[in-house]
Design a protein around this ligand. Structure first.
Ligand code: ATP
Ligand code: I3P
Length: 361
């Protein structure tokens, strides 16, 4: 559902309205069937219980508009790129690198606005997810001195490295659980530990998922090509969301396709070729700080449930392309320009060369 309306300043009150406080039984009452999105690995957390991004019952995700100017800027960006009458070839080309945008959404009893977006993790059974901030500066040209200093102090190496791991979640085959790393893990990485730090994202506890690395490299290269072809936009403090399938299960082309939340029409689906990520072992890394509970039983069942929900039957099959996803997200600081976005491209190139190094080892 789309909702026109005045853009409101975002605040922690929103989710209090959206998701009424715990009732006497301790359970959380949801409004409009929306629940906290379980695959968020970074970003602002707002509302009660520190909930951040929400998931709509139709499978899309809802990102609350941030306070102006950030929220309206992000909304305008999505609106411009996905405008039905858009004829700008560069923007049309950009669409494939973004989550699909389904307009704005408003809870029934609130005037708070949300962006309604494709869930990039949706088709995966056990999505391994990483959020990487790209660029040499994580503040925009209009940032105050304080903001600049604050951002620089968080990761002084940003200028030299050009990217920062903000968070990740990696499925571990043996334990049927996820390892997570937060922004402090990313900030702990130095030039000499960056490659191993990044490689943790591709390690399932048994082996390095080399195939996922190379598929992600090709998708990042495509995004780089888009940047090389355009001079009209500059992206600051924007991220790449990298996703690959952590489940060892493959296969079974579905007869049923998930519905497109915008149209109710069925969406495209993964093709039929099986994919197995096979590779050699890498070293373990000292920064692992959190292992999410064993997923046996609970998550095993939810994997099956999800497979059914997304119409994949008991198992899932990916073509090469569909086995990974790389999308640009977080557009609160995108500005018009008339020159190439050298800072973002620097970050992409360094990310690519670090990924290539991982493959060479
Ligand atoms: N379209 C999407 N599909 C799946 N997950 C998403 C999507 N958009 C965002 N997320 C999840 O939500 C997190 C936060 O998103 P995003 O970076 O847009 O929020 P933010 O609050 O603006 O971030 P920041 O605090 O870095 O500015 C991401 O790290 C990712 O885990
Ligand atoms: O990673 P952390 O420590 O959570 O820091 C936040 C992160 O750098 C966000 O990217 C930034 O939002 P912007 O990119 O939109 O500036 C936010 O600024 P904020 O505190 O001003 O919201 C920071 O607090």
């Amino acid at each position: 559902m789309s909702a026109d309306g005045q853009i409101m300043d975002s605040s922690s009150r929103t989710l209090e309205k959206l998701e009424n406080k715990n009732n006497k039984n301790g359970s959380v009452k949801q409004v409009d069937g929306c629940v906290p999105f379980s695959h968020q690995v970074a970003g602002h957390k707002c509302g009660i219980n520190n909930t951040g991004v929400l998931q709509h019952p139709d499978g899309t995700i809802l990102k609350q508009l941030q306070a102006p100017p950030r929220g309206p800027r992000e909304m305008n960006f999505y609106t411009q790129v996905f405008a039905k009458d858009c004829t700008d070839k560069r923007l049309l080309d950009l669409q494939q690198h973004l989550p699909k945008f389904y307009g704005t959404w408003m809870p029934r009893e609130s005037h708070e606005l949300y962006l309604k977006l494709e869930d990039v993790t949706r088709r995966f059974l056990r999505p391994c997810i990483m959020d990487v901030k790209i660029g040499r500066r994580s503040y925009d040209p209009f940032a105050s001195k304080e903001k600049r200093e604050e951002q620089i102090s968080k990761y002084p190496l940003m200028e030299e490295i050009g990217f920062l791991l903000l968070g990740m979640r990696v499925y571990q085959i043996h334990s049927d659980s996820y390892i997570t790393h937060d922004q402090f893990y990313g900030r702990s990485l130095r030039k000499d530990t960056l490659k191993n730090g990044l490689s943790r994202f591709f390690h399932n506890g048994q082996e390095l998922q080399r195939h996922a690395v190379s598929l992600i490299i090709s998708k990042v290269r495509r995004i780089l090509r888009w940047f090389e072809s355009q001079t009209q936009l500059h992206f600051y403090a924007s991220s790449l969301l990298l996703v690959y399938e952590g489940s060892p299960h493959t296969i079974n082309t579905s007869k049923h396709k998930p519905a497109d939340p915008a149209t109710g029409h069925q969406q495209g689906e993964p093709q039929s070729k099986a994919l197995s990520f096979q590779s050699s072992l890498t070293h373990s890394h000292p920064y692992c700080h959190n292992i999410e509970g064993n997923t046996n039983g609970k998550h095993g069942a939810s994997e099956e449930k999800k497979a059914k929900e997304i119409g994949m039957g008991d198992k899932k099959q990916f073509g090469q392309e569909e086995a990974v996803e790389v999308k640009m997200i977080d557009f609160a600081h995108v500005f018009q320009s008339d020159s190439p976005d050298e800072s973002y491209m620097y970050g992409l190139r360094n990310l690519l060369s670090t990924l290539e190094q991982i493959l060479k080892d």
